[in-house]
Design a protein around this ligand. Structure first.
Ligand code: SF4
Length: 226
């Protein structure tokens, strides 16, 4: 499983943090299972690569080539992370110390060194990624303003939707009997990544897919109890 959160420290939204990007590319190295590709990230990157001549028609084409699934919870809940390469486990999109998909890089990269997580009341908890110590010099930045500048309205809608459904989906997956888990996980994969048309707006499709997924998992878990 991913140890994505091992170097994170909670900070307050208005904490004063010294930070300066030196374009050293270090935050894109040693990132095995460290750069999550959420469904909205995958949609944006897949469209971008397709529009720049890559043979990509579906989100699955992008995921197969550039990402790997990693279990987040033993019930089978998984997320994708960008693949890495080389001895230094550099991100697959790092080329000549530059990000090849800078225009559409994942939310985790855009908001680095900060990470946010919505809480139950609709507020955000802020975290800082501490492992690259040499970054923490220079001008003062505030987590809240930093995030605000790099976080789109689409990101916000998606994040709330995804977090609010994640617990329910994990709970339902835990109720699925072992012999039906593969089938349940195929529904999960399709709803989050497979059943999205790159030529249609993302949010309405994702919302519909999540509703259908919850219906399917509820039915499967009820059948298992019947
Ligand atoms: S997607 Fe770009 S910014 Fe993010 S880790 Fe990879 S190379 Fe770095």
């Amino acid at each position: 499983m991913s140890d994505l959160y091992k170097n994170l420290k909670q900070v307050t939204p208005w904490e004063e943090i010294h930070f300066k990007c030196t374009n050293c590319g270090e935050c894109c190295r040693h990132v095995k299972q460290q750069v999550p590709v959420e469904a909205l990230d995958a949609y944006r990157i897949a469209r971008y690569l397709r529009n720049h001549g890559e043979d990509i028609q579906y989100m699955d084409d992008f995921l197969e080539k550039y990402a790997e699934p990693v279990l987040l919870d033993e019930c089978g809940y998984f997320v994708y992370f960008l693949k890495t390469r080389g001895d230094d486990d550099a991100c697959i999109f790092l080329e000549d110390n530059r990000c090849r998909i800078h225009a559409v890089n994942p939310r985790a990269c855009r908001t680095y060194p900060f990470v946010i997580e919505p809480d139950e009341k609709g507020n955000f908890t802020h975290w800082i990624s501490c492992e690259r110590e040499h970054h923490f010099v220079g001008p003062i930045v505030h987590p809240k303003l930093w995030i605000k500048k790099r976080f789109t309205a689409g990101d916000k809608t998606f994040l709330y939707m995804d977090f609010s459904k994640a617990k329910e989906i994990a709970m339902l997956l835990r109720k699925i009997p072992e012999d039906r888990l593969v089938s349940a996980l195929l529904h999960f994969q399709f709803a989050k990544y497979g059943g999205i048309d790159l030529d249609k707006p993302f949010i309405p499709q994702y919302e519909k897919n999540m509703q259908q997924l919850i219906k399917n998992l509820t039915r499967m878990s009820n059948e298992s109890m019947g």
